[in-house]
Design a protein around this ligand. Structure first.
Ligand SMILES: Nc1ncnc2c1ncn2[C@@H]1O[C@H](COP(=O)(O)OP(=O)(O)O)[C@@H](O)[C@H]1O
Ligand SMILES: [Mg+2]
Length: 244
């Protein structure tokens, strides 16, 4: 049978430019920039990444802090444009990357549900249909009319997760957002992710907990200093990673 590749990452590199010198103020910066006197250090956060992910599979990204996991997820989600190379995703995407990125802290939880839904491409009518499920799953019935600036990070992650997992996204991206929830809610999220996998959703997952990666993912991609070091069976890769 032909492989059904849903995400393909072809020779992707990402370069960040870091201003090398400290400038005292904006005016100084602009003058020096106009004169071409601002020097940048180039930093390659990802280098020549090649990865093919099959539809319906679940892949954990593992590696030390700063190795490039979030950068790769943002590139796949289309938030970052690759400096070189190409990313192709065949389907819809629900990215849970930076907690609260699609939220307005001054609005209530209820208003944020609709705002976030709009960002994910749902109509108001569709969101009205999903609303009760979102409230029930996040268990925030009593807080829906409270501005979310009063929420804890755990509460925000509950509602963000509930919104991201409505409908049937082809790709679900979860980048360390479960860490802030309590144990019971983490389990609930794990169950929902697994259920989505049985419905053919492809999952990209990052967690501090290797045990959680083993529990949820079939495959693992080990990233080391911006390079894809290994990609394969989750047990095998995680064991090698933990022994390293
Ligand atoms: N916007 C940015 N500008 C400059 N450097 C960045 C930026 N985003 C990430 N980096 C750097 O890229 C590297 C990879 O970061 P990241 O992908 O967040 O790592 P991880 O998620 O694996 O902890 C780190 O060294 C980080 O400091
Ligand atoms: Mg990260």
């Amino acid at each position: 049978m032909m492989k059904d590749v849903i995400i393909s990452v072809e020779d992707v590199s990402i370069r960040f430019n870091l201003a090398r010198e400290k400038v005292d103020n904006l005016k100084d910066f602009l003058i020096r920039k106009a004169k071409g006197k601002i020097a940048y250090d180039e930093f390659w956060a990802l280098q020549h990444i090649n990865l093919e992910i099959e539809r319906g599979s679940s892949v954990g990204l593992i590696g030390l802090n700063g190795c490039g996991k979030s950068t790769l997820l943002k590139t796949i989600a289309g938030v970052l444009k690759p400096t070189t190379g190409k990313v192709t995703v065949k389907g819809s995407m629900a990215p849970l990357i930076e907690l609260g990125a699609g939220f307005d802290m001054d609005l209530t939880a209820r208003e944020n549900v609709f705002l976030n839904g709009a960002i994910l491409g749902y109509s108001r009518k569709e969101m009205e249909q999903y609303y009760d499920d979102i409230v029930a799953f996040s268990e925030l019935q009593d807080f829906m009319d409270v501005p979310i600036k009063n929420f804890s990070s755990g509460m925000i992650s509950r509602i963000a997760f509930a919104i991201a997992t409505i409908g049937k996204p082809d790709v679900l991206i979860v980048d360390e957002v479960l860490a802030v929830g309590d144990f019971r809610f983490q389990q609930k999220c794990e169950e929902r992710i697994k259920k989505m996998m049985t419905q053919d959703t492809t999952v990209l997952f990052v967690s501090h907990s290797i045990e959680q990666v083993k529990m949820i993912c079939e495959k693992a991609a080990w990233i080391e200093a911006g390079h894809l070091k290994m990609y394969g069976d989750v047990q095998e890769i995680c064991d090698l990673y933990q022994q390293s």
